[in-house]
Ligand binder design. Structure first.
Ligand SMILES: Cc1cc2nc3c(=O)[nH]c(=O)nc-3n(C[C@H](O)[C@H](O)[C@H](O)COP(=O)(O)OP(=O)(O)OC[C@H]3O[C@@H](n4cnc5c(N)ncnc54)[C@H](O)[C@@H]3O)c2cc1C
Length: 389
């Protein structure tokens, strides 16, 4: 048996490059299916440089972005529960989502459309009732509130730990602070250069988050990474933002589309703007939160969420990797038959990590999947003629 760097293996069935939410889920799924897996990541396990860091992520089922996501979200929820059982960790708590918007706003119509098509419960709440039930929010007259009971919150860091620990338990080798600088097809497989050393495998999965833009530049994918400031407020009225009352809320206001989470004593109350964010590259992004960042979110809170009134406790920067239609890209590489790609998660991918892991494992091991991935195809943006890398 030859030494491959630190690893006593002749070769791997699959190398997964990028161990954020998507790559970690994929390494776990592949290893559980018996594949010999090497997962590598350029950064440390809980690095704050990509898109998967931070304490929590929301799950939703009445998917306003498109009803096509509903079966994937429901299947993911089942898989999160299985991951909880296998890892013996509490990962998902379901307390529902609140949606605030002017009547007939596309956000509300999108939630109702997804719910109608898939038989999901959605509760309609008028402003008077909302004042009683959710006194921490100041809802303008003529607005409508929807409550989706099936939405929840994932403990994001524990989710990543569960994927990685179980991947290792199923035999995967995971290597951090190891950057893949090149990959090529060779002899019916792939060769990946990692920290200057060449490692071969049958298949390669690339889950590079915002680094995908540069890595796939020759494919002409219209990926746009965006800088997203995340602000945590203190409140003198924590009961109005009780995590037992809701898991997440969304506001489609004239000032922008904002998302927030309940109050946790150890964190504060999170609020971010979901529909904006400066264009940014992961290697040069301004990671320091500015007064302007704080000001935009604070102004919004002062108008609509007045209980977030005891100052800012902390703030950090995260990244979204946007596609023009806000839908993901999950597909085979157009020019490299043994390479599978998943990127462009457009600020709403985390909840789907377990099912994305299944899709990528299917594609890497079998070349196809029975899961509904057609609407996530790379053909929307790139063709085989576009480039070689
Ligand atoms: C503030 C914020 C809030 C969000 N809230 C939600 C939410 O509530 N619900 C939801 O579903 N989604 C949410 N999202 C979106 C979700 O978190 C992302 O879609 C998801 O985490 C993307 O994961 P990823 O694995 O594609 O990317 P990343 O987490 O960025 O992982 C990519 C990894 O690839 C590694 N890498 C890149 N290039 C190389 C290389 N050449 N060699 C080795 N390693 C490499 C990087 O180091 C990185 O670890 C949110 C995102 C943000 C930023």
């Amino acid at each position: 048996m030859a030494n491959v760097g630190d690893f006593e293996m002749e070769t791997f069935d699959v190398i997964v490059v990028g161990l954020g939410a998507m790559g970690s889920a994929t390494a776990y799924t592949l290893a559980k299916r018996g594949a010999r897996v090497l997962g590598i990541d350029a950064n440390l396990p809980h690095s704050k440089l990509g898109s998967s860091h931070g304490p929590t992520r929301a799950t939703r089922e009445s998917y306003f972005e498109s009803p096509e996501y509903v079966p994937l979200a429901r299947r993911s929820n089942d898989l999160w529960r299985k991951l909880e059982a296998e890892s013996n960790a509490r990962l998902l708590d379901i307390k529902g989502a609140l949606y605030f918007a002017p009547q007939n706003h596309p956000l509300l119509n999108g939630v109702c459309l997804a719910a109608d098509q898939h038989g999901l419960a959605v509760e309609k709440i008028d402003t008077e009732e909302a004042e009683q039930r959710y006194p921490g929010f100041s809802v303008p007259d003529g607005w409508q509130i929807l409550r989706e009971p099936g939405a929840g919150l994932l403990q994001a860091e524990a989710c990543l730990d569960a994927f990685r620990d179980l991947a290792r338990r199923h035999g995967a080798q995971l290597r951090f602070q190891s950057a893949a600088t090149r990959w090529r097809q060779e002899g019916g497989g792939v060769v990946v250069t990692v920290n200057g050393e060449e490692i071969s495998a049958g298949r390669l999965v690339l889950t590079l988050g915002p680094w995908a833009c540069d890595a796939f530049a020759s494919l002409g994918l219209p990926l746009k990474p965006r800088r997203i400031p995340v602000v945590y407020f203190d409140t003198k009225q924590p009961k109005n933002y009780d995590p037992n009352d809701f898991s997440v809320y969304f506001w489609a206001a004239p000032e922008g589309f904002f998302a927030g989470k309940p109050h946790f004593d150890n964190l504060g109350t999170m609020l971010l703007r979901h529909d904006a964010g400066d264009a940014a590259s992961p290697d040069t992004i301004q990671r320091v939160v500015t007064d302007k960042d704080r000001g935009e979110v604070s102004d919004f809170a002062a108008k609509y969420i007045p209980g977030l009134n005891d100052g800012i406790r902390s703030a950090h920067v995260c990244m979204y990797t946007m596609t023009p239609d806000n839908h993901f890209i999950v597909d085979q590489h157009p020019n490299m038959p043994d390479v599978t790609i998943a990127t462009g998660f457009s600020g709403h991918g985390f909840k789907f990590a377990p099912i994305i892991g299944q899709m990528l494992a299917d594609l890497a091991l079998n070349g196809h999947t029975s899961l509904p991935v057609g609407f996530l195809s790379i053909d929307r943006f790139a063709s085989k003629q576009a480039g070689a890398a």
